[in-house]
Every structure is written in structure tokens, then in C-alpha cells.
Design a protein around this ligand. Structure first.
Ligand SMILES: C[S@@+](CC[C@H](N)C(=O)[O-])C[C@H]1O[C@@H](n2cnc3c(N)ncnc32)[C@H](O)[C@@H]1O
Length: 232
């Protein structure tokens, strides 16, 4: 990983904001990911994220914290937060913004236990592919304290396969339709392509059942997105 994402966060934090991150996928054209969005305050967050933050309790692990916006809000509310990310730049910024406990760490290498585990801004993306979901869910389950909860958001991206006459062009011989190849670039530099997984709620629920987690729909969003709570 070249940590293009982290470089963009550092630039924004240091007032060197001149351009946004460019994203694209194997099924969609280039799009801008505005850097200010990655530094959003509670009032600027989507309702699903606000709901997740309202439900957070006890000791909290913010997985893939980015610039630490969710962690910062919860820390200010007095919760005990640990923020982790595989991006060194993201963790540098999270610490500079004031999150006390932030560490460069892959979720699969986390070993402590928590009352709340947050995975926000398409949290299922971190699982990468459908055939890795059970591995990630089992690990997340092992990090839950009794009565703990995992709060995770994602979207059913079937709509991205809809053509103008309302038909769908999903190739039924291909992998699960939510598995995307994800490309990002920033200031002309390209990140190594990655896999990014969008999971519809029913597929997430089924996967949870196979690893012994309960999966409850907390709230549907405005555009096929949702927030789910997973418990023991
Ligand atoms: C879409 S960003 C979301 C950032 C932040 N949660 C937000 O809402 O602004 C996903 C983040 O997950 C991090 N990430 C990806 N895979 C990870 C892993 N296996 N363990 C920890 N963090 C990971 C990425 O580096 C990135 O910062």
C-alpha cells in the first residue's frame, strides 16, 4: 500500500487542500471523494452514522477510523475509544486531531475486547470479498465483550447494475455483485488496486448466522444503505 489515502488526509489536516481523492471501480466511472467529507462533524454525518454514534456505549473500537471523526466525537462525549487503521497517515492525523488511543493496526491483528465495535462508511468494505466475510466476522465476534455490539453500515449496490429500461445486467456466473475492484488516485498518484465489498443486508444476515452472530437492521438509509447491529 502506498498510503495515498493517508497522504490526502495529512494534506487536508496541514491546510494543503488543493484537490480531492479520485475514486473509480470496475463498474463505475471516476468520481470525487471530497476531503472535507473525511473530516465531517457530527451534524455533517449521514443519519445512519449519527444513529451508530448514539448507540455506542462502553469501550469502543473504531475500525478503519480514517481521520478519526467518529472517534473524536465519542471521545468528547466521554467514551473510552481505541481507533485503528492500516493507513499510517490516517493514524497520524487521528492522533493530531486529539484521539488519545490510535494505532496503525489491521483489524485481524486486534486482540483486545470491546463493548462496541464500529465499522462505518461502508464498513463491510474492509472484508474485501464475500468468501472472506466469515473470517472477519468470526474475528470481530472474538473481540466482543459479553453484551457487546458491532455497528456496521453498508449498501445494496444492485441499483448500480440497472440499465435505462429498468433491467439488471448482473452476470450470474460472476462473483457476488457487491464485490468491486476499487481504484483511488490523488494528485496524479495511483494506489495499488484493492477489493472493496458492499454487502446487502440479507447476505450480511446470512453470513452472521453461519458464525453465530445475531444481525438486526437498525435503520435504512436514503439510498439502499443501512445500519446493522451484530450481537452474540
Ligand atoms: C472508507 S474509509 C472510512 C474512514 C472512516 N471510518 C470514515 O468514516 O471517515 C475506510 C478505512 O478503513 C481502513 N482499512 C481498510 N482495511 C482495514 C483493515 N483491515 N483494518 C483496519 N483498517 C482498515 C482504510 O485505511 C480506510 O482508512
Amino acid at each position: 500500500m502506498k498510503d495515498i489515502f493517508g497522504k490526502a488526509l495529512i494534506d487536508y489536516y496541514n491546510n494543503n487542500y488543493t484537490e480531492d481523492i479520485i475514486t473509480s471501480t470496475n463498474i463505475s466511472e471516476e468520481d470525487e471523494l471530497p476531503l472535507p467529507y473525511l473530516f465531517r462533524s457530527f451534524s455533517e454525518m449521514p443519519k445512519l452514522e449519527q444513529k451508530a454514534l448514539q448507540l455506542a456505549k462502553g469501550s469502543v473500537l473504531d475500525v478503519g477510523c480514517g481521520s478519526g471523526s467518529h472517534s473524536l466525537y465519542l471521545q468528547q462525549k466521554g467514551l473510552n475509544i481505541k481507533a485503528i487503521d492500516i493507513s499510517k497517515g490516517a493514524i497520524d492525523v487521528t492522533k493530531k486531531r486529539g484521539v488519545f488511543n490510535a494505532e496503525v493496526l489491521d483489524i485481524l491483528n486486534e486482540t483486545k475486547t470491546f463493548d462496541t465495535i464500529l465499522l462505518l462508511m461502508n464498513g463491510t468494505g474492509i472484508f474485501q470479498e464475500l468468501n472472506k466475510v466469515a473470517k472477519y466476522l468470526k474475528h470481530l465476534k472474538s473481540l466482543l465483550k459479553p453484551n457487546g455490539q458491532i455497528l456496521i453500515d453498508s449498501s445494496d449496490i444492485k441499483y448500480m447494475y440497472e440499465d435505462e429500461d429498468g433491467g439488471f445486467w448482473i452476470d450470474t456466473n460472476a462473483n457476488y455483485y457487491g464485490e468491486l475492484d476499487y481504484f483511488i488516485s490523488y494528485k496524479g498518484e495511483k494506489e495499488i488496486p484493492m477489493k472493496w465489498l458492499y454487502l446487502d443486508f440479507n447476505t450480511l444476515k446470512l453470513a452472521c448466522e453461519t458464525v453465530g452472530l445475531q444481525c438486526e437492521l437498525i435503520k435504512g438509509g436514503e439510498h439502499f444503505d443501512y445500519l446493522a447491529r451484530l450481537t452474540l
